[in-house]
Design a binder for this molecule. Structure first.
Ligand SMILES: Cc1cc2nc3c(=O)[nH]c(=O)nc-3n(C[C@H](O)[C@H](O)[C@H](O)COP(=O)(O)OP(=O)(O)OC[C@H]3O[C@@H](n4cnc5c(N)ncnc54)[C@H](O)[C@@H]3O)c2cc1C
Length: 538
């Protein structure tokens, strides 16, 4: 058994910043289920939204965030995060992140839904720059232990060593879920392989409330190429004038929204989806070739280079793109400082739902949320360390009665089945019938996977499969409850927003053992103990 004061699951921006703050007064262990640099954070291109321009204002950033959130963002959380953004960016810079500058000022980018230039960035590889600088700080910190290639399988806390397949019990006074998003629940996604929603699944199983999971953001422009794995073409391209066209060259966004290509993401993704379905075409074009070639290469060096690897020249031709699952606006219900409904368990970053994004995330607000949340986390962590109660001990883990899987093809099949059900039936456009079918299919898959979980020897594949199946079921359950269309949740059977629903959060909580029975066709426990709760104080 290994013991620590604070156990942080995740080495992305949320996990590393929390670790650095907590290490000022505690011993911290950070675990990452793959190499520490393989995170959603590393893939961020655009940047961090923060008010620095004299013509911009906090009020405008707040207004844009609230408008994008379609009536479901918590104004107090929005206000707190927006106002702290400049100080948080300055802190990152003091830790060694170099942001692009034009003379002495930040070179501010523009993205969809923003009424001003306010995206602080490091060229077009902001996430990589943040990840590298913070990882160095974490590695050299005397009170932080970084453990890579260890997958946490259960909160409070059993970790599976990927190489040796050994299960190690871990115990901590405070556990922080900073496990990122769940893009891999869908067949097509911009997220790396680590994004399997483990934190949401673990928290739910442990009895924490999860919320707003129906609001899955699909990024409008991911490279369409059979071999390229989910390469994103940043919104900053559209911010700098890139246009969307159908295959015959028609520009379609001006007829859809007054901001055309710079409309909020849900509007752009829905418009592309509509064009693809209406025309039966496999992709649309994204075209910035009207801007000078040298300027494009200077502003988007990473994107231009990656596209060249796939045979495309960003400076001379349009690029084929499609929407793909990108960001989870919902998550483990938490306050800005990460407090969840379970004492001693915090959730931060993309795993958490703090109320900032509401029904839709404004571009470049997510790194910001992870950053500011981590700055507030010590408020929750510190008092728990002086609590005289003994450190909770994990139950003994026994592999008795389990056997190795006969063949892994069954996992692969179920893995594909879950992701295809989600893509086909729970995508950008939903209907009551599609959601009902998805619910039934996922219930069967969950049942089969639970059986495998108790009878087979644990492997990373099995743990992740179990998690994507559960998170998929929870997304479907939230989507079935929201009987309206709002933000990222669009249901053809309820095509308009309903005012009363703007005040309702979909909250799911697993019933305690011995509690009410669950209904058939529901994910384990998702039907019971569900309530529509008022928001907690920040
Ligand atoms: C292609 C792309 C571009 C983006 N661009 C932007 C942008 O420009 N601006 C912006 O604001 N946002 C952007 N986002 C979103 C943003 O990057 C993420 O929301 C943010 O980085 C999440 O940070 P995090 O710390 O919460 O999680 P992550 O950075 O994803 O880190 C998750 C960590 O958890 C670990 N982990 C997961 N499960 C387990 C487990 N069971 N046990 C142990 N460890 C585990 C992983 O190994 C990883 O270390 C982008 C996302 C993508 C995918």
């Amino acid at each position: 058994m290994s013991e620590t004061d604070v156990l942080v699951l995740g080495s992305g921006l949320a996990g590393m910043m929390t670790a650095l703050h907590a290490a000022e007064f505690a011993d911290v262990t950070v675990i990452a289920k793959g190499p520490a640099s393989e995170t959603n954070t590393s893939y961020a291109q655009g940047g961090i939204a923060a008010v620095f321009d004299r013509r911009d204002s906090f009020a405008a950033h707040e207004r844009d965030t609230l408008a994008c959130g379609a009536g479901m963002s918590d104004p107090r959380v929005v206000r707190a995060i927006v106002r702290e953004a400049p100080a948080a960016v300055a802190e990152l810079e003091s830790l060694g992140v170099e942001f692009s500058r034009a003379s002495s000022r930040y070179e501010l980018g523009r993205e969809g839904g923003h009424s001003a230039r306010r995206i602080v960035h490091s060229s077009d590889f902001t996430g990589r720059a943040i990840q590298a600088a913070l990882l160095q700080r974490v590695r050299e910190h005397p009170r932080i232990r970084l453990v890579e290639d260890v997958l946490d399988a259960r909160v409070l806390a059993h970790a599976l060593q990927q190489g040796t397949r050994r299960i190690r019990p871990m115990s901590a006074r405070v556990t922080v879920l900073a496990t990122g998003g769940c893009g891999k629940v869908y067949l097509y996604t911009s997220n790396p392989d680590t994004a399997t929603g483990d934190g949401i699944a673990m928290a739910y199983r442990a009895g924490a409330a999860v919320t707003q999971l129906e609001f899955v953001q699909f990024h409008p422009t991911v490279l369409f190429h059979p071999q390229a794995k989910s390469f994103l073409l940043s919104e900053a391209l559209r911010g700098e004038g890139a246009r969307l066209r159908t295959l015959d060259g028609t520009r379609f966004m001006p007829a859809v929204h007054p901001r055309a290509e710079l409309a909020p993401r849900d509007v752009v993704a829905l418009a592309i989806d509509r064009e693809l379905k209406r025309r039966g075409e496999p992709h649309v074009w994204l075209d910035i070739s009207h801007r000078p070639a040298a300027w494009i290469r200077g502003r988007f060096p990473n994107i231009a280079e990656e596209l060249a690897r796939w045979g495309f020249d960003l400076t001379r031709e349009p690029i084929p793109v499609v929407p793909a699952a990108h960001y989870m606006c919902g998550g483990v219900k938490a306050t800005l400082s990460g407090r969840t409904s379970i004492p001693g368990l915090l959730a931060l970053g993309e795993t958490a739902c703090t109320g900032l994004h509401g029904a839709n995330r404004l571009a470049s607000n997510s790194l910001l949320e992870a950053l500011v949340g981590a700055r507030h986390a010590p408020r929750e962590i510190r008092p728990r360390l002086s609590d005289p109660a003994p450190t909770p001990k994990p139950q003994a883990w026994s592999a008795r009665g389990t056997h190795p899987p006969l063949e892994s093809v069954v996992f692969d099949h179920n893995w594909d089945s879950v992701r295809r059900v989600m893509w086909d039936l729970v995508g950008i456009v939903r209907t009551d019938q599609r959601l009902a079918v998805a619910s039934r299919r996922l219930a069967l898959l969950c049942e089969e996977i639970e059986h495998e979980y108790v009878t087979l020897r644990l492997s990373p594949d099995l743990i992740e499969l179990r998690n994507i199946a559960l998170v998929g079921s929870l997304i479907v359950e939230c989507a079935r409850r929201r009987r309206e269309s709002r933000g990222l949740h669009f249901n053809l059977d309820h095509p308009r927003p309903i005012a009363a629903w703007a005040r309702r959060l979909t909250v799911l909580r697993r019933p305690r053992p011995g509690g009410r029975r669950t209904r058939a066709g529901r994910p384990p426990g998702a039907g019971a103990g569900v309530s529509t709760l008022r928001r907690q104080p920040v």
